[in-house]
Design a protein around this ligand. Structure first.
Ligand code: URA
Length: 230
């Protein structure tokens, strides 16, 4: 939101009057005087007019969770435990998920209350590779590598999947790298090859890998270094 709009709304002022408060140097954003009417502010910034608080800064949360199987990637669910239920933080209700995993899938999941950050991450989804370890119920056919690289037609989306990398680790186990996140993408692609996924685990998103010491069901805040990796 623009600073003049926030001030006007808070004080029931007209825009012109809000502009006078701002240009007179009476408004501080995170402790610094701002005299630009159109200065962009978000809910993570503290805004004061003279000695009065116009807006409290909300805590910005950027979390990683080791999602266990059986927990849904949703903020609410009538029948199942959700990933939010696993986060014991007072502000957990403000969180949303940046890139879901299916209920049976496990591994790295990111949560935040910063919509701009998650949008940036998702908008860039085609450039952020996501790596998965997959186990299936039948031998993966020899043409799997080419079929993943060539892309597959998905209906009802009416798209061809972006080139994806599949590397065989054993006859029924593979590592898959996706550059997008279509609904049940890996299950659907392997299903076309006659394989049913029995285990699917996300190891990494971009340069960020699930740390070994983060047990299933555990979570922690991302460090500034990890944020930079994304
Ligand atoms: N592909 C799937 O099929 N499921 C996931 O959870 C992630 C990718």
């Amino acid at each position: 939101m623009k600073l003049d709009r926030l001030i006007a709304k808070h004080r029931f002022l007209g825009r012109a009057e809000a502009h006078r408060c701002i240009t007179a140097g009476r408004v501080r954003v995170d402790g610094h005087v701002v005299t630009e009417n159109q200065h962009e502010v978000d809910r993570f910034m503290q805004v004061r007019l003279d000695e009065e608080t116009v807006q409290q800064a909300q805590r910005a949360l950027y979390l990683m969770l080791h999602k266990p199987a059986g927990v849904v990637s949703a903020t609410r669910d009538a029948d199942h435990v959700t990933v939010i239920d696993l986060i014991d933080d007072p502000d957990r209700e403000s969180l949303h998920i940046a890139g879901r995993l299916d209920r049976a899938s496990t591994g790295l999941l990111l949560l935040t209350n910063d919509g701009r950050w998650s949008k940036r991450l998702m908008d860039a989804a085609s450039k952020v590779p996501k790596t998965y370890l997959v186990v299936v119920d039948a031998d993966i056919p020899p043409d799997a590598v080419e079929r993943f690289a060539a892309g597959m037609e998905f209906q009802p989306e009416g798209i061809i999947t972006l080139p994806a990398e599949l590397s065989l680790l054993s006859p029924r186990q593979a590592r898959v790298v996706l550059h997008e996140g279509r609904h049940h993408q890996i299950k659907r692609m392997l299903g076309r090859l006659g394989c049913l996924v029995t285990s699917l685990h996300r190891e990494s998103i971009g340069g960020l890998s699930l740390p070994d010491e983060l047990e299933p069901g555990s979570w922690r805040a991302l460090t500034p270094e990890e944020m930079a990796l994304l």
